[in-house]
Design a protein around this ligand. Structure first.
Ligand SMILES: Cc1cc2nc3c(=O)[nH]c(=O)nc-3n(C[C@H](O)[C@H](O)[C@H](O)COP(=O)(O)OP(=O)(O)OC[C@H]3O[C@@H](n4cnc5c(N)ncnc54)[C@H](O)[C@@H]3O)c2cc1C
Length: 360
């Protein structure tokens, strides 16, 4: 049923939500004090994959989303996403055989490649172990640019964008009725909190505790270079990808860690690793580093669902991978009231024992 909706946060998740809600016929107001396409979304590697931290239910959601990225790209060729595949020469301590054994029985396409085959696929990679894995269906997206793209589609479908901050969520009786912003109260049938690592602060204003962490992630960025990397490449101590403009982004770990404690030194270490990882890496020119905070629910899995009538939460790490799935499936749930099986494991009620409220 069409209804009025507020989406708080215009990163990749909120913008995908705003677009899908507007497409489905809802009235949509997207709220964010910034119009740059998100916070974490602007500091992300943007690797789309289904191998990261994966029980089967999480794999299925990620896979669904990866297929949607490909379908969206076919419809919108300007979307800043491409399915360029991944070469795994290592996977942060997990043996590649384990990655292969866990995922290929589920139908995930992964192929073993020899050092010689790696040399053909990635001729500039300097260090090649005896064998690696290639996954052709993984991809790479610029999350903040995709957020701006989705916001454009949302505005085209009738959504409004308000450049202001939500200060608190408004409740009337048992129902959430909107938010108070810096300028005004905004009212709606459903309020979606897609405010990344700040979603917990807003949820708390109506006594919904969303246990979260925000581990830092350090990335280095080079100046534009000639084409050196075709796929996303994972080595023993580095993940790296090259954007269409020639710049290379590289990081050292997926969970936050030592190189983040002193980002300047960490960035220097990462740049040295990158230079060694590529045969003509010495010619690379360093540009800058970023430290992004990953919005991460405490158990590591996304929070997607309605804890209270009129309130809907969409908060997660791996939002670059998951945005298209979340936009589509959460919109279906909001407009039909029917829960999708893929979303079931991610309901916020798994944290309900810490709340002061009656759940729906
Ligand atoms: C270093 C790093 C590497 C990553 N690598 C990957 C990867 O390879 N693959 C992957 O899938 N994911 C990756 N991620 C995670 C992914 O980038 C995030 O999950 C995703 O960007 C989250 O998007 P979001 O829209 O929820 O949050 P954000 O992009 O943080 O956007 C939240 C928005 O909410 C707004 N906001 C906050 N408070 C308020 C308020 N009170 N009122 C209104 N608006 C508000 C902010 O201004 C912001 O624009 C990485 C993240 C980092 C930091």
């Amino acid at each position: 049923m069409a209804q009025s909706t507020l989406v708080i946060g215009a990163g990749i998740i909120g913008s995908a939500m705003a677009w899908q809600l507007a497409e489905s016929g809802c009235t949509v107001t997207l709220v964010d004090p910034s119009d740059t396409g998100g916070a974490a979304s602007g500091m992300s590697l943007g690797w789309t994959n289904a191998t990261y931290e994966n029980p089967r239910f999480y794999y299925e959601l990620r896979r669904f989303s990866m297929e949607r990225w490909d379908a969206l790209k076919a419809t919108y060729p300007d979307l800043p996403y491409r399915q360029n595949g991944t070469l795994y020469t290592s996977f942060y301590g997990t043996p590649l055989q384990t990655v292969y054994d866990e995922h290929t029985p589920w139908g995930y396409p992964m192929t073993w490649v020899s050092a010689a085959q790696m040399a053909e696929l990635e001729p500039h990679l300097a260090v090649r172990p005896e064998r690696g894995l290639v996954c052709p269906v993984e991809g790479h997206v610029a999350p903040h640019e995709a957020a701006i793209f989705f916001r454009g589609l949302a505005l085209g479908a009738g959504a409004q964008f308000k450049k202001t901050r939500a200060l608190s969520v408004l409740r009337e009786g048992d129902k959430i009725i909107g938010v108070r912003t810096e300028n005004e109260n905004l009212l709606a049938d459903t309020t979606v909190l897609a405010a990344g690592r700040h979603a917990d602060t807003l949820a708390r204003t109506v006594d919904v505790e969303l246990p979260m962490t925000a581990p830092p992630g350090l990335l280095i960025h080079t100046k534009p270079a000639p084409s050196l990397i075709n796929r996303t490449i994972l080595t023993e101590d580095l993940h790296m990808a090259q954007w269409p403009d020639g710049t290379i982004t590289a990081g050292g770990d997926f969970g936050g860690g030592a190189v983040n404690d002193d980002p300047d030194t960490g960035a220097q270490i990462l740049f040295e690793r990158l230079q060694k990882a590529l045969s003509n890496g010495a010619a690379l020119q360093y540009s800058h580093h970023t430290v992004g905070l990953r919005p991460t629910p405490q158990d590591g899995f996304p929070v997607i669902g309605s804890p209270l009538q009129g309130l809907y939460l969409t908060v997660m790490h791996s939002g670059a991978t998951l945005a298209p799935a979340v936009g589509a499936l959460a919109t279906d749930e909001i407009t039909t009231g029917q829960r999708h099986a893929l979303l079931d494991p991610f309901h916020p009620n798994r944290f309900a024992n810490t709340w002061n409220v009656e759940c729906v």
